[in-house]
Design a protein. Sequence first.
Length: 254
Amino acid sequence: MGTLTQDVRYAVRTLIKSPLFCLVAVASLALGIGANSAIFSLIDQLLLKLLPVKDPQALVMLDSHGHFGNNAGANSFSYLMYTDISDRNQVFSGMFCRYGQPLSFSSEGRTERISGELVSGNYFPVLGVGAAIGRVFNVADDQIQGGHPIAVLSYEFWQSHFAGDPGVVGRKILVNGYPLTVVGASQRGFYGIYPSVSPQIRSPMTMKAQMTPGPWYSLNDRVSRFAQVFGWLKPGVTAAAGQGVAAAAVSLRA
């Protein structure tokens, strides 16, 4: 104990004799602690915090392997594969698919590039995400390809571009040059399922041909893989069982 006391006294005397060294040491400690806190906060935001949706531990993304057909990247399924899985599955209590795509947004004479997302009609209901104003999509918005020219704004986009005006519901906006009617804005605090991406406008997946015109990634092409598929595991079902459903659906591609 005596040795520790002597060491502390010696350290204090040394720091008093060298105030500049003391200042540098304290500043270094402050910077190090601050940097570590910032890094931990970032990791906490991106990796540790659960999604603001119901029962997030049961939400899984289906894995896809192979390189047949057109492939938009890892873990991509065609829209027809998604409907196969959804129709045949016994392990998920709910499923949805999504496709992220930059979009051109035009309103009141201004045009800008924004983050967009095409989603199946059950995207919001399965996630348990509601609307701040108006409504979000539902399964009825999935019935006719090209028949639902509507959009749901993110809460932040509604605030920043429309000043939180509830009168935006029912207004026409141009997305990739195509007129969409705003039906609502999603609830505050919901940014999407990827921490690094926050879509500003969402449109039904059945509007893909209008939102992304061209021959790539057609909804009607079984080997055109572009959509990520997610499922909510039923209680007691393992992720491995869910992946077995995905593998079976991929085998149906022919």
